[in-house]
Design a protein around this ligand. Structure first.
Ligand SMILES: NC(=O)C1=CN([C@@H]2O[C@H](COP(=O)(O)OP(=O)(O)OC[C@H]3O[C@@H](n4cnc5c(N)ncnc54)[C@H](OP(=O)(O)O)[C@@H]3O)[C@@H](O)[C@H]2O)C=CC1
Ligand SMILES: CC(=O)N[C@@H](CCC(=O)OP(=O)(O)O)C(=O)O
Length: 342
């Protein structure tokens, strides 16, 4: 059994970590922090955890957190960077769901996050936690940066095509939609269902912070600078991401066979039969990226449809997948793969 701590246990990704880790046979949940709910029983705030999590929220305390084998940060960006150096020094492993350690260039990070980074010296040792490209590096890692939700859906969709050199890396388009839970568990008028229900809009058109992340990862992995147009949208749903990805083919190939072969050994990527249109509900609650590849008739454009649950494969499920790899557990242990909706 390993001792696990969670910083930020009252947010959407925090409670999703709790739901999955409460059932994990190798995990003892030891610390769950919240500054606003310190002293309250976890099961009082989250009745779905009654009988499964017998802990109280506590203030984040590095002394206490350092006694864990691994600490998850399910906090807004800039929180992890303040606490992680001390934990790393004491030998505690860290899995950060925020964006603090996802990029390798501090200037780019500071430009997109509009604040100073206080421990960029850890960028080098941080491993980007997308197991489908970095499984070997994740195994010994002390610090894992879990990919963003849009980047997970987008990178998994483009990877097979870029790796095979089948599309022009300078002309990629990602047209992606998310639900309101992507904005976190807080009171914000534009995210209220009364505002978003029956409505649909784009945002971040002039630039979204996930753009440099996707560009950096795809470029580094494929050895060629990638240029991407990435436009996020807010859809009237609670959870889920649907990314429609476009690439210009520079040669013809059996695209279905390419995707099936690339992901044949990946437990959490499901390549659907030719002609399929994956729906976000088919991955709700599951750590699965469901992908379909299409080539519209008479066109040299390939269209990839990629869906995930932003809170599971886009955050907490992927974080636990990383933990399993880091501690040598079966990669699928304690992680749901069957969605709660058909
Ligand atoms: N929601 C999503 O779909 C996804 C989110 N992420 C990332 O995961 C992280 C968490 O997201 P989400 O769960 O949505 O966020 P929420 O806003 O829902 O929750 C944030 C949590 O962090 C705690 N927190 C806030 N400020 C601090 C602080 N200064 N020190 C310690 N704890 C703090 C809060 O508790 P309290 O204030 O009581 O301490 C709360 O528990 C973010 O970085 C987000 O970008 C990644 C992928 C998807
Ligand atoms: C609706 C909404 O605001 N969505 C968030 C989703 C990003 C997210 O959750 O952040 P990470 O995956 O980077 O941690 C956004 O666009 O910023």
């Amino acid at each position: 059994m390993i001792k696990v701590g969670i910083v930020g246990g009252t947010g959407y990704t925090g409670v999703e970590l709790l739901r999955l880790l409460a059932n994990h046979p190798e995990v003892s949940l030891d610390v769950i922090t919240s500054r606003s709910e310190a002293g309250m029983a976890v099961s009082e705030l989250f009745p779905n955890l009654r009988g499964h999590v017998d802990l109280k929220f506590s203030e984040p305390d590095p002394e206490v957190l350092a006694r864990c084998d691994v600490v998850f940060f399910a906090t807004p960006h800039t929180v992890a960077m303040a606490l992680v150096p001390e934990l790393i020094k004491r030998g505690t492993r860290v899995i950060d769901l925020s964006a603090d350690f996802r990029l390798k260039d501090v200037e780019v990070w500071e430009q997109w996050y509009n604040t100073e980074h206080t421990c960029s010296e850890l960028f080098e040792q941080a491993v980007y936690g997308l197991p489908e490209i970095n499984r070997e590096q994740i195994k010994p890692a002390q610090l894992v940066a879990v990919p963003g939700c849009y980047p997970t859906a987008t990178e998994l969709g483009f990877l097979p095509l870029l790796e095979a050199g089948l599309i022009d890396p300078k002309h990629l388009i990602a047209d992606a939609k998310t639900g309101v839970s992507g904005a976190g568990r807080k009171a914000a008028i534009p995210m209220l269902m009364a505002e978003t229900s029956g409505s649909f809009k784009a945002y971040g058109v002039s630039g979204h912070r996930h753009l440099p992340e996707i560009r950096e990862i795809l470029s580094a992995h494929c050895g060629e600078d990638v240029d991407l147009t990435f436009i996020p949208h807010l859809a009237p749903m609670v959870r889920g991401i649907h990314a429609t990805l476009y690439g210009r083919l520079n040669k013809q190939a059996d695209l279905q066979a390419l995707f099936e072969s690339r992901y044949q050994h990946e437990p959490f990527v499901d390549v659907m039969p030719a002609g399929s249109m994956p729906e976000t509900r088919s991955v709700q609650g599951a750590n699965v990226c469901r992908i379909a590849v299409h080539q519209p008739q008479g066109s040299d454009t390939v269209v990839v449809l990629s869906v995930i649950d932003n809170l599971v494969k886009g955050a907490s499920g992927q974080a636990i997948q990383n933990m399993n790899i880091m501690f040598g557990f079966e990669e699928t242990l304690g992680i749901d793969v069957i969605a709660t909706m058909p």
